[in-house]
Design a binder for this molecule. Structure first.
Ligand code: 5GP
Length: 189
């Protein structure tokens, strides 16, 4: 069986990656599986353990780093985030195309380790619109909002490491474009 694709999708937090992803993720033709990350961040109300993330303590995360359990990891706004390696490899070996939704530092490390990874960046239509979306979530204190905005500006500067840049002006359209990108790469695999 052919090994599945490794697809990396990044974009500033608040850009709507989850919304876009939900629109193409279950298309059976794309044969996708989502890589569930490990994080030391606390769970938001709408999130589910083992679906959105594996929520762990900082100690458990540091142990995972030490044991080489992670394909990549980073510290983002005071919390650890990382991709469990064994899970990704298992899915790819089963022929699944695995989608990683990770920030730019982690994406850079994945690209170095796996040059064949398909790199997709989602941009907001403008930074003003991004701020509106982050504030619309109303889940975080002002200090964290400011940190996320500053981080977003830096992330936008790393666009050049991505082969594909998709603007999330309209989520349906962005999802359709990403489907086309994945289909194209499946044909080449
Ligand atoms: P959030 O706290 O909003 O869920 O995630 C913050 C940022 O961390 C987002 O840009 C998200 O894509 C990224 N992220 C989530 N999981 C991982 C991961 O496993 N590795 C890396 N490097 N970034 C991640």
């Amino acid at each position: 069986m052919k090994k599945g694709l490794l697809i990396v999708m990044s974009g500033p937090s608040g850009v709507g990656k989850g919304t876009v992803r939900n629109k193409f993720m279950n298309d059976p033709e794309l044969n996708l599986a989502f890589s569930i990350s490990m994080t030391s961040r606390s769970r938001r109300e709408k999130e589910t353990e083992g679906v959105d993330y594996y929520f762990v303590t900082r100690e458990r995360f540091e142990e995972a780093i030490k044991n080489g359990e992670l394909l990549e990891w980073t510290e983002f706004v005071g919390n650890y985030y990382g991709t469990p390696l064994a899970y990704v490899e298992k899915l790819r070996n089963e022929g699944k195309n695995v989608l990683l939704e990770i920030e730019v530092e982690g994406a850079k490390n994945v690209k170095e380790k796996c040059p064949d990874a398909i790199m997709i960046f989602i941009t907001p239509p403008s930074m003003e619109e991004l701020e509106r979306r982050i504030r619309g979530r109303r889940t975080e204190p002002e200090e964290i909002v400011q940190q996320r905005l500053a981080k977003a500006a830096k992330e936008m500067q790393m666009i050049s490491q991505y082969k594909y840049v998709v603007c999330n002006d309209d989520a349906d359209e962005a999802a359709e474009i990403i489907s086309v990108i994945i289909r194209h790469n499946m044909k080449r695999n």
